[in-house]
Design a protein around this ligand. Sequence first.
Ligand code: SF4
Length: 429
Amino acid sequence: MKCGFITLGCKVNIYESNALKEELRNRGFEVVEAEDDCDVYVINTCSVTNMADSKSRKMIRKCIKMNPNAVICAMGCYVQTNPEAKEIEGVDILIGNGNKKSAVDKIIECLNNNRKEKIIDILDILETTEYEKLGVTTYDHTRAFVKIEDGCQNFCTFCIIPYARGPVRCKDADSVIKELQMIADNGYQEVVLAGIHTGRYRDGDTNLSKLIARILKEVPKLKRVRLSSIEINEVDDDFIRMMGETDVLANHLHLPLQAGADTTLKAMNRRYNKQYFIDKVNKIKAVRPDISISTDIIVGFPGETEEDFMETYNLAKDLEMSKLHVFPYSKRAGTVAAKMKQVQDSIKKDRTTRLIHLSDELEVEYAKKFIGQKMDCIVEQVTGENRMIGHTSNFLQVTLPLDPKYLKKQVNVRILSVENGKILGIIEN
Ligand code: SF4
């Protein structure tokens, strides 16, 4: 049986899809990218914006069209938050969040009864307290992702995620350690700890810092531990102290800023202000002066004035961020911000362009600081002719002359130059 898989959205969705792909393979399915002659299609959807909803619907319809006789299983955030998903003709299985693990059983059930009945398995996610344990042991790259947390209860006014993913639930620390040991035994050098709101990790009295301390002690084979992202108000003193004490914790943090003006932050319900963000970043830089800090910024949030936007622009510049992920504000039905007075599209477009230019400049400026320096790098893959690439601890992507014996290894590289956005280096072990 051939199962075509489509995954939309974030790292957490990718992790969950990987876990399901692994289970499908273990149960005899051939798992492929969605193509014409599949017997089953799984579409793991996203709902972060109205556009993501529409893409999710489009992908479901595309699969139905590819093979109208196949079993169609739609799951995830779009299914969870949009009752209309039930009306899409041709869908056999609908699974929300929090019970994706049941997908493979449901697919087999549906195949066995020749698609006679529609199967709907959608939990009341806001009442869900249990963490759904999914696990992955093999990855395509040297970097493995491990989901340690699900859910968010921050209710930022632009975001639908708390309604799609439910409250914070965490994988117990023993299971995280076990999964990481397996990953390290399988030869992976680097792991990314991922979640919707990773900084809220809790298992009894184990918070994120304590979990990382356990990982460093109990999984010594791992060369690098990275966080997918962490909210600024969850970077506490323990975490900062740990950053100063170990270089296994990557020299890169993704700290979503979203906006630099206090009025916008307040309207977004972000629970920190500009000065708080600055003070925290300075504290982090006191222990890691050359750390790479990347961020997410929403441009054209309802009510954002040109002055507000320039505060964001100047803050990202003054903090010498290494990369800005710029998102023009996009309405999501069902959120508070969708009902606020919107900024004109042309203004959003202009501000987005300016911020993307700034991001390009900041990225090059940050990389140039390391020209001539020797840095540790994990070599990941061959690219083009006689070249391979790897990432340093501070997430510089370095292009190196091809030498296959170093593939998937941690090496020392010297940064030679930054040309047209490409960072060139050589191995100096
Ligand atoms: S912190 Fe805010 S933006 Fe992030 S998932 Fe939670 S509600 Fe959404």
